[in-house]
Design a protein around this ligand. Structure first.
Ligand code: FMN
Length: 202
């Protein structure tokens, strides 16, 4: 994308969609691992890195996967307001994306993604203790016989009940392009998946 295209809101939107799609597919792309924030049980902010698993431009949704026992699951059910922050050093682009989150567990959406999940990734959902729970000694919580090993397909299925797809509907994208000759900032507000554009002072 040339610098002049950074003055055209519709082209910027196309570029955003292209980069989010790349972020899902390319593990080395900076957009593969955004920071996701939500509100915790005490009304504070909780942020962490997640892996971007899906971007659907037709529904304008971003998905990541997590364990149903993670504290963020009940917190998102209580307060579905959330936000992603993406930053790509090479592209010189930051995106702050405001979303509304929906938790999918043991439903059609979770099943569809679980069936595509590799054995190695399924292992994360087999911890004996709950994620984020206190433990007396340093450990990963995975059953000992699985150290350095993949679970069998049968054993991996025990993780399905914990596997959760968090689907996040995009409400607003705050796009910032840092360029020495002049920064640019565009706000995209979505209604029925169509953006309304406003240029902002960076
Ligand atoms: C590169 C990277 C990718 C991660 N991906 C995920 C993810 O997709 N889902 C997830 O729940 N946690 C992921 N984590 C772990 C979270 O950052 C966090 O430590 C974990 O979810 C526990 O905290 P929470 O339950 O308060 O979110 C990832 C961490 C790193 C460093």
């Amino acid at each position: 994308m040339s610098t002049s295209s950074k003055e055209n809101a519709a082209e910027i939107f196309e570029d955003i969609k292209k980069n989010l799609t790349r972020g899902v597919k390319d593990r080395k792309h900076a957009f593969h691992t955004p920071v996701f924030s939500n509100i915790d049980s005490e009304g504070g902010i909780d942020s962490r890195v997640v892996v971007l698993r899906k971007f659907d431009p037709s529904s304008m949704t971003l998905n990541f996967h997590t364990d149903f026992r993670s504290p963020k699951v009940p917190n998102l059910k209580k307060n579905s307001s959330s936000q992603f922050v993406f930053y790509d050093h090479k592209l010189k682009i930051q995106m702050r994306i405001k979303t509304t989150s929906l938790v999918n567990n043991q439903n059609d959406k979770a099943k569809e993604m679980w069936d595509k999940t590799r054995l190695f990734s399924r292992k994360c959902y087999l911890t004996l203790k709950d994620p984020s729970s206190i433990t007396e000694f340093p450990e990963d919580g995975i059953p000992e016989h699985l150290t350095g090993k993949e679970p069998s397909h049968e054993e991996s299925e025990k993780g399905y009940k914990n596997f959760t797809v968090v689907e996040n509907k995009i409400n607003e994208i705050d796009w910032l392009y840092l360029e020495i000759s002049g920064h640019r900032r565009l706000k995209l507000t979505f209604k029925n998946n169509e953006p309304e554009y406003n240029w902002l002072i960076p």
